[in-house]
Ligand binder design. Structure first.
Ligand code: 5GP
Length: 121
């Protein structure tokens, strides 16, 4: 897999506002937040897309949700609620090819997210 901007965040060659880190996982604020609190939870292992997850990765990928909830609790948004999203490839809107769980919180979020797109087709 080719290196992405997230590899550079993992190895600290570019800065990020890191909210959680352990041996497997990193969570940091999104540089272009779409909600009052918007952070990304990524595995340190580079996996390009959801399509590239193998059974060996299932525990690691599950951990992303656990860390999302843990950080949400630390920032006092867990009880109000939040959204997690993992975009995949072009139609999913993926722009960085290192899987990442978006966590959006701090205001009520609309649903479904694709309603306007469908109406305009
Ligand atoms: P995607 O579109 O792939 O689902 O999400 C990629 C996310 O990464 C975007 O929300 C974008 O704002 C964020 N992002 C891209 N480059 C950087 C960066 O250098 N630093 C941080 N913190 N976030 C980034």
């Amino acid at each position: 897999m080719s290196e992405t901007i997230f590899t550079k965040i993992i190895d600290k060659s570019i800065p990020a506002d890191i909210l959680f880190e352990d041996d497997d996982v990193l969570a940091f604020r999104d540089i272009n937040p779409q909600a009052p609190l918007h952070f990304l939870v990524i595995p340190k292992k580079p996996i390009a897309t959801i399509n590239d997850i193998t059974p060996d990765d299932y525990a690691l990928v599950g951990k992303l949700s656990g860390v999302a909830a843990q950080v949400a609790a630390e920032y006092d948004v867990a009880e109000q609620g939040f959204r997690t999203v993992m975009n995949c490839n072009e139609y999913g809107g993926q722009t960085v090819y290192h899987i990442h769980l978006h966590v959006l919180a701090g205001k009520p979020l609309g649903w479904p997210p694709y309603q306007e797109t469908l109406k305009s087709q």
